[in-house]
Design a protein around this ligand. Structure first.
Ligand SMILES: NC(=O)c1ccc[n+]([C@@H]2O[C@H](COP(=O)([O-])OP(=O)(O)OC[C@H]3O[C@@H](n4cnc5c(N)ncnc54)[C@H](O)[C@@H]3O)[C@@H](O)[C@H]2O)c1
Ligand SMILES: O=C(O)C[C@H](O)C(=O)O
Length: 328
């Protein structure tokens, strides 16, 4: 098949762990599909430039047919110039014993200037996904600093939580992950998130008919919501390959659509499901004609309402904290 379009993809934190896991999948065509040629702009801080430059040498050595060019810079204006897709990964990860919100002050300051640089130079069809934590509120900061870019182009990654929710459920039911549908992550990419099985099916059967409510409430929900901490405890540092894989899924599905199933995306709220306007909160979403659309009309029972409200309240608190830090 002939590759017909060319896209500029900007990756921040390209010298880091997730960056390294992402680069080769982007360059091989897994991010945007086999019909799109890729120009890669890699942004790092000076201390990370060597690592990013080394990765660029390896990309050359992989001779990817779709990869037209790779540039490495520590200047955000240069990196985001003409960007069609921006993967905002660059930021500090948490260590054992930390919550993601502990990173607000350290990482929040990165996203205002990057939002402004996107506003100044990105292509008119720019799509942004924030991976760096705390991802939802960092996306809020970036969007607030990019007044000329429609806010719905700023998203944060909860696809990793979604994939975890699907994977753990598939394991419990001993079915392939592809048989699971209708799972939603609501709220924040944090331990307050709500992995919701109310509308989930496995091979077409309602999941809540197949598992005990006590398992869902006492084991499943806390396990999914705390999976990031579990990974840190077991491997000694935060998730990398699964985070990169979820980032690829998020952008691929955003651009190309996704087989009539919904997924979970943290998006600036339009007030849907009682989530205050503007908060970047995770919703069930479908990609329609290249834009995320929140799945509407789902029944929300009392348990779900309470869990959504708790996570959204945390997002509102994070917004107040970054306002107090002068980042909004
Ligand atoms: N949303 C999610 O699901 C999810 C999942 C896993 C990790 N994360 C987050 O992703 C982030 C990156 O994780 P990692 O394991 O790759 O960390 P890492 O420390 O290996 O890499 C981060 C890289 O970012 C670079 N960096 C720092 N500030 C930068 C800036 N202003 N501009 C450009 N680059 C900058 C660093 O030099 C480093 O190379 C962390 O915040 C982590 O918590 C999010
Ligand atoms: O949990 C972390 O700090 C890293 C990442 O957000 C994850 O969910 O694995």
């Amino acid at each position: 098949m002939t590759a017909t379009t060319t896209a500029t993809v900007t990756l921040t934190g390209a010298g880091g762990q997730i960056g390294y896991a992402l680069l080769f999948r982007i360059a091989s065509g897994q991010l945007l599909g086999p019909d799109t040629r890729i120009r890669l702009n890699l942004l790092e801080i000076p201390a990370g430039l060597g690592s990013a430059e080394g990765a660029a040498l390896e990309l050359s050595d992989a001779a990817f047919p779709l990869l037209d060019a790779v540039s490495v810079t520590d200047d955000a204006g240069t990196a985001f110039d003409g960007a069609n897709v921006a993967l905002l990964v660059g930021s500090r990860p948490r260590g054992p014993g930390m919550e993601r919100a502990d990173l607000l002050a350290a990482n929040g300051a990165i996203f205002g200037p990057q939002g402004a640089a996107l506003n100044a130079g990105a292509a008119s069809d720019i799509r942004v996904v924030v991976v760096g934590n705390p991802a939802n509120t960092n996306a809020l900061i970036a969007a607030a600093n990019a007044p000329d870019i429609p806010r719905e182009r700023f998203t944060a990654l909860t696809r990793l939580d979604h994939n975890r929710a699907v994977g753990l459920l598939a394991g419990k039911l001993a079915v392939p992950a592809g048989e699971i549908d209708g799972v939603t992550i609501w709220g924040n990419h944090s331990a307050t998130q709500y992995p919701d099985l109310s509308h989930a099916t496995a091979s077409g059967k309602p999941v809540l008919d197949l598992v005990d409510e006590s398992w869902v409430h006492e084991e499943y929900i806390p396990r999914v919501a705390n999976r990031g901490a579990e990974i840190i405890e077991v491997r000694g540092s935060s998730s990398v390959a699964s985070a990169a894989s979820a980032t690829i899924d998020h952008v691929h599905d955003w651009v190309n659509g996704h087989r009539g199933r919904w997924t979970s995306v943290a998006l600036p709220s339009d007030g849907s499901y009682g989530v205050p306007d503007g908060l970047v909160s995770s919703f069930p979403a479908e990609s329609v004609d290249g834009a995320w659309r929140i799945v509407d009309g789902l029944d929300v029972d009392e348990f779900s309402r309470d869990r959504i409200d708790r996570s959204v309240a945390e997002l509102a608190t994070e917004r107040e904290q970054v306002q107090a830090l002068g980042l909004l």
